[in-house]
Design a binder for this molecule. Structure first.
Ligand SMILES: Nc1ncnc2c1ncn2[C@@H]1O[C@H](COP(=O)(O)OP(=O)(O)OP(=O)(O)O)[C@@H](O)[C@H]1O
Ligand SMILES: [Mg+2]
Length: 391
């Protein structure tokens, strides 16, 4: 064996998620050769364990087929720079912070908020991912202008789709158009876990997660899989929406998720011709609820036709018209959210130890009575709400 043969063999190994190989990237170091024994160090930039494992397997196979017999392939990964010291289970440790976007009720503008907050955070210099965890009605791809685009697959991992400077993944991008999915407790858990484990997210500052409406299995599964740094709830000013939002804030408390605030959406109307703001459903009606949960309204987003057309056409207002009134409010909300995230991290980080399942694997939480002590409210009659997957 020679160094040349080793390098030529390793130049066939692509870095996951890229079309460039590990030699061209300059990741291959310390090549030691003794007859047909080869030892190499590969210094990579990702701290995701699956990236290291994939490279180790592929590099070993490439060296073997080039004639090496004993192969020592040492993958060096960076130490994850953590902003806080979050505790508990974290199946996506390369992501520093998780922001859950929730609402008690459907159709209040959760996805619109998720998209615009994600873009605002990216505009403020953060490395942002956007996960559409609304497995029932995934519409983030359309709102991000990537409807119909299929993500690249690398081995058994999926590479997020990039749009407007952020990484995005959605069940909508993974399934065929019009395909109906019926989800039950265990499947929801599995889907949420796969979104975090099997998607090759970069080292993100924050992953914004658009949840399905309500307080059910998806919310609990997510809270158990990663320490969620902060949650926001989206509401409209009408009383019925506020009642549902209260449930959503209550859920954050039960799941030990720090509350970063409330977005009051469809709060007033900005006329496109005059720019005059009118009060339609009432404004500021969420304030008593904010007080009750010791939080604040981080944005009052008016009904603005360009928000809807931006969503339908895949041109989010915060990206295409950042100087508009609504975009300014999304940007201010993003700053406020980031301040909460920093505060949570400064105080020890998020902790999901208290929401882990208490039943041993293979034992149904329902049969042990754990269902009664479930940390999250019941989603529906389909599941006991513990995420045990027993129904
Ligand atoms: N402030 C706003 N001004 C105008 N249109 C808006 C505003 N917010 C949301 N919309 C529009 O309202 C509709 C519903 O919004 P969105 O899909 O974001 O709600 P959602 O809470 O995610 O709904 P679902 O529960 O179905 O997931 C969309 O067509 C969106 O473009
Ligand atoms: Mg939605």
């Amino acid at each position: 064996m020679t160094e040349e043969i080793v390098k030529s063999a390793l130049s066939k190994v692509m870095y996951p998620g890229f079309t460039k190989d590990i030699v061209t990237f300059g990741f291959v170091n310390n090549i030691e050769i003794n007859g047909t024994d080869v030892s190499v160090t590969i210094d990579i930039t990702s701290s995701a364990p699956e990236v290291a494992q994939q490279l180790k397997d592929e590099a070993t196979a490439a060296l073997k087929s080039a004639g090496a017999s004993a192969i020592n392939c040492n993958i060096k990964t960076p130490v994850i720079p953590r902003e806080g010291s979050s505790k508990g289970k974290n199946i996506a440790p390369q992501i520093k912070n998780f922001l859950m976007v929730s609402s008690g009720k459907g159709g209040v503008g959760k996805s619109t908020t998720s998209v615009n907050i994600a873009i605002a955070l990216a505009a403020q210099g953060k490395k942002v991912g956007l996960l559409d965890a609304d497995i029932y009605g995934p519409n983030i791809p359309r709102m991000m202008g990537v409807d119909g685009m299929k993500p690249e697959v690398n081995g058994n991992k999926v590479i997020p789709i990039k749009a407007y400077g952020i990484e995005m993944m959605s069940m909508g991008a993974l399934m065929e158009e019009g395909q109906a999915l019926i989800w039950r407790g265990a499947m929801i858990m599995k889907a949420i876990e796969q979104f975090l484990r099997d998607i090759l997210w970069s080292e993100l500052d924050v992953l914004v997660i658009d949840m399905p409406p309500g307080t059910g299995d998806a919310q609990l599964s997510l809270a158990q899989a990663v320490p969620v740094t902060a949650g926001i709830t989206v509401t409209t000013p009408q009383g019925v929406s506020l009642d549902d939002s209260r449930r959503s804030l209550n859920m954050f408390q039960k799941l030990d998720i720090p509350i970063a605030g409330i977005v009051e959406n469809m709060s007033g109307f900005i006329a496109p011709d005059t720019g005059v703001e009118y009060d339609i459903f009432g404004k500021g009606t969420a304030q008593p609820m904010a007080d009750e949960f010791n939080t604040k309204i981080i944005a009052e987003i008016p009904i603005e036709p360009s928000i809807r057309t931006g969503g339908d056409e895949g041109k989010p207002i915060t990206f295409v018209n950042p100087s508009s009134e609504s975009a300014k409010r999304y940007l201010a909300a993003a700053e406020s959210i980031w301040a909460t995230i920093e505060e949570v991290n400064a105080n020890g980080g998020a902790n999901n130890e208290g929401v882990q399942p208490t039943t041993p694997p293979g034992v149904s939480a329902c049969s042990t009575g754990a269902a009664a002590a479930a940390p999250a409210p019941k989603a529906s009659d389909e599941s006991c709400g513990t995420g045990c997957g027993c129904h």
